[in-house]
Design a protein around this ligand. Structure first.
Ligand SMILES: [Zn+2]
Length: 316
């Protein structure tokens, strides 16, 4: 009889211990982030910012990185904030954006979270002017998206992307001074990996000389600039739209006048319009990547830019 009581007693003690552990676990996981000692919740606006931050943060302990938009969202053209996005931002200690107006929803975010620190990666980086199709030809209209007067797609120029990496590192270092040196070291290591891409881009047109190109996404203006190419025209049209007869005629004139042989099309968009232009003019279509989607791998920017340079090498 006595042994039975002892056994029951032990069993009860074990059950109590397990319950306590489970309750403790539940309590920990439900604890809001503010109470978790030493955790910095970093949220990025979209993919290129996520990859840059991922490299800057590296394996620094206690830093949690979340990309607000999914890895397949792409460029934030006319992006609408979702309730999930607002939820993600509610737990953020800092929000990393590209800036230049590409995060058109920023005002809404700041209205809802006025105290949220924002790191603008493009701070201090000179931007190209946004070219619109058929500039000076008002009647041509412009069906594309409009980020503002400046072209915000600076990450497509490796040297400007490196500046963004530095800005992110500087911003995180001042918010999390304990790890300041590590942010700077990680940024420096990432810049070293990016340097060969920057060098290759700057030399790639060396032998062939400048070429005039037509691009189908404003982001390629930076790629062209870094590679020494001249953008003769920018065409941004929504998925199902086609060029009007007037637009096509204008384009044919530009292609003829500026001897355009290369059309650069965005990987994520339809190539239909470009194919039609190519057929009409004899220019060739090449597909580039704006590096706004991917698998989340820290090296995905590097791999994507390498592919872009390979496409350009072939085109030239
Ligand atoms: Zn864009």
């Amino acid at each position: 009889m006595k042994n039975k009581y002892v056994f029951t007693g032990i069993l009860l003690a074990v059950i109590t211990a397990i319950s306590a552990a489970v309750i403790h676990f539940v309590t920990i996981t439900e604890e809001p982030h503010e109470e978790r000692e030493g955790t910095l919740e970093v949220v990025t606006s979209f993919y290129p910012m996520y990859i840059a931050a991922e490299n800057v943060i590296g394996d620094i302990p206690g830093v949690q990185l979340t990309n607000m938009t999914g890895p397949q969202t792409g460029c934030l053209h006319d992006y609408q904030l979702s309730p999930e996005d607002m939820q993600t931002l509610s737990g953020a200690d800092v929000f990393i954006i590209n800036g230049g107006g590409i995060e058109s929803f920023l005002d809404t975010v700041l209205k809802n979270y006025p105290g949220l620190p924002v790191i603008t990666a493009s701070d201090g980086i000179s931007m190209l002017e946004m070219k619109t199709f058929g500039a000076g030809h008002e009647e041509d209209g412009h069906e594309g998206h409009d980020h503002g007067d400046e072209n915000p797609h600076v990450w497509m120029d490796v040297s400007k992307y490196m500046q963004e990496v530095d800005n992110i590192a500087g911003g995180l270092a001042s918010l999390d001074p304990v790890h300041a040196e590590q942010y700077r070291q990680n940024a420096e290591a990432y810049r070293k990996k990016l340097e060969p891409l920057r060098v290759e881009a700057s030399k790639i047109t060396g032998k062939t000389g400048q070429a005039n190109i037509i691009i189908f996404h404003d982001s390629f203006a930076y790629f062209a600039d870094a590679c020494g190419l001249q953008v003769a025209e920018v065409i941004e049209i929504e998925e199902d739209n086609t060029l009007s007869a007037g637009q096509l005629a204008h384009l044919m004139q530009v292609i003829k006048e500026k001897e355009v042989q290369l059309l650069f099309v965005e990987k994520q968009y339809s190539t239909k319009v470009a194919e039609a232009v190519a057929k009409e003019s004899g220019a060739k279509v090449y597909i580039l990547d704006s590096l706004v989607t991917g698998d989340g791998d820290p090296d995905s920017y590097i791999r994507g830019m390498e592919e872009n340079l390979a496409v350009l090498r072939e085109a030239l």
